[in-house]
Design a protein around this ligand. Structure first.
Ligand code: ATR
Length: 276
């Protein structure tokens, strides 16, 4: 029996065990996924445990996404560019820090029929998730990627690292935006911005009907932003897409097998319903 582990602190509220255990079972892989609650002072020891041959790989979540970059033997290009890792892969006895968020985000767009090539995109937020989203949109050939964030210094750090241009609401023409992505935590259940939308309603109402609004917040599944976007007749993609696909990419890296995405999605839906 092999083990895949989530290293996080706290580690109790993740949907990853449900998704990955369902995927292992569906493919008949003798493995289980465990959530390990690891405080920062236990991180180095946890990485030593991961070197045991019984360990298939790991997910890395808060607060370790940056620290593990320093402790891994190898850092994949995406993880280095984004400046964070969420997946550890074992290769030739080495621990490689990777990032599946950018690829997972792109797969969720593709699944929803959204092609960012040539699109004018606006990303809200400049945290870890925004880094992955901006990187993915740039790589997919978006014509422009504008970033709006509450704290301008963080926007500057993001554009310096992964590209895109800093923008403000005043200077933005919503009629010329094809893809909007909320990569802030605004709208998230239990967070400071619960019940709020990160895009002023008047701006969304001015969006052309072909525009797509993507929210990476997945709880609630239909955020106030997505509700407004739907009532404005816009195409929407909810945050479960990126969550499932970042997991599917990690699963493929660990097992070398195509992830059973539908199985993982059903398991995640069940988990999220149980948490609501
Ligand atoms: P993650 O790793 O999920 O991206 P994060 O790094 O904490 O999380 O980033 C959260 C993002 O949401 C940040 O861009 C944050 O804005 P600041 O850079 O100004 O902190 C944004 N955010 C959180 N709460 C917000 C709010 N109430 N209004 C606007 N932006 C908010």
């Amino acid at each position: 029996m092999k083990t895949a582990a989530l290293l996080a602190h706290p580690a109790g509220h993740s949907g990853s065990p449900a998704m990955h255990n369902a995927a292992f079972e569906a493919l008949g892989i003798e493995a289980r996924y465990e959530a390990w609650d690891i405080p920062s002072d236990g991180l180095a020891d946890a990485l030593t445990r991961l070197r045991d041959p019984s360990i298939l790989g790991a997910n890395i979540s808060l607060p370790h996404k940056h620290a593990v970059l320093e402790l891994a033997d190898v850092v994949q290009e995406d993880a280095a560019t984004i400046g964070a890792t969420n997946v550890l892969v074992k290769r030739d006895g080495q621990l490689e820090a990777r990032n599946s968020d950018a690829v997972g985000f792109m797969r969720s767009l593709t699944e929803a029929g959204v092609a960012p090539r040539g699109a004018a995109a606006v990303v809200l937020g400049a945290g870890g998730a925004a880094h992955a989203v901006v990187h993915a949109l740039n790589r997919a050939g978006a014509r422009s990627v504008k970033i709006i964030n509450r704290t301008p210094s963080k926007t500057a750090a993001l554009t310096g690292r992964v590209g895109g241009q800093s923008a403000t609401w005043d200077a933005l023409d919503a009629r010329a935006v094809d893809v909007w992505v909320n990569a802030t935590t605004v709208g998230m259940a239990g967070g400071a911005g619960e019940g709020e939308s990160p895009i002023p309603t008047g701006i969304l109402m001015a969006a052309p009907k072909h525009a797509t609004v993507v929210d990476i917040v997945y709880a609630p599944r239909v955020t106030p932003l997505l509700e407004t976007a739907r009532s404005a007749g816009l195409n929407t993609v909810d945050g479960t897409g990126m969550l499932v696909h970042q997991g599917a990419v990690a699963f493929e890296w660990w097992t070398g097998k195509e992830a059973p995405v539908a199985v993982m999605r059903t398991a995640l839906d069940g988990f999220l319903r149980s948490q609501a």
